[in-house]
Design a protein around this ligand. Sequence first.
Ligand SMILES: C[S@@+](CC[C@H](N)C(=O)[O-])C[C@H]1O[C@@H](n2cnc3c(N)ncnc32)[C@H](O)[C@@H]1O
Length: 234
Amino acid sequence: MTGKLIGVGLGPGDPELMTLKAHRLIASAAVVAYPALENGESFARSIAAKSIPADAHEITIRIPMTVERGPAQAAYDQGAADIAAQLEAGKDVVVLCEGDPFFYGSFMYLFSRLADQYETDIIPGVTSVTTCAAVAKRPLTARNDVLTIIPGPLETDEMRSRIEAAGAVAIMKVGRHLGRIRALLADMGLAASATYVARASLPSQQVLPLERASDPAPYFSMILITKGKDPWLS
Ligand SMILES: C[S@@+](CC[C@H](N)C(=O)[O-])C[C@H]1O[C@@H](n2cnc3c(N)ncnc32)[C@H](O)[C@@H]1O
């Protein structure tokens, strides 16, 4: 019998936003795997730290932060191989995923390598988008509004047309793109209605009008925009 691959969503950072199911699975895990920076910490591990058993075998997947995709893909190849060795030995492997595993989650790179060979479960998690709306105290979308989620690296003209067509917008992966996005929103007359949220749910959380956000933004940041009159007020 081979083991089961379990992708577990951890929520946006505050361990209290982990689900009961996530906590139960992590607390009973014999093997835990997670992505980490090449020479640094694993944000996912830090969220789940208090739930991980002291004697769990840990697989750290070190992801190089390069623009080229090759080195990161090679790291996921190695991570998948390390996880597969445990699954072949009959052990379940719990993979820790910040937020929700299937919402822009790096778990997808392991899922695509392993799910056709091993039984797999996915445990959903609280997403960063819903958390940012909550901490900003800004309803995300209402009625028949179309919510559009945009990755910050998207090319400026395409970003403009996506925003034009949307009722409400969340821009993720802001980081070094903050200046360019802020200039675009100013040009579109939307800068004043944009809220910037960084590290939502963590002690270092920031919620600011976009105009006051410092450039560059941290990786864990987002911009929320509601176009027109707030729909939940009418
Ligand atoms: C690779 S995606 C991961 C999304 C995650 N799987 C989720 O369910 O929200 C990383 C992006 O999510 C957003 N993000 C994740 N956690 C966040 C947080 N605590 N505060 C603000 N933005 C966050 C940022 O835009 C970041 O660049």
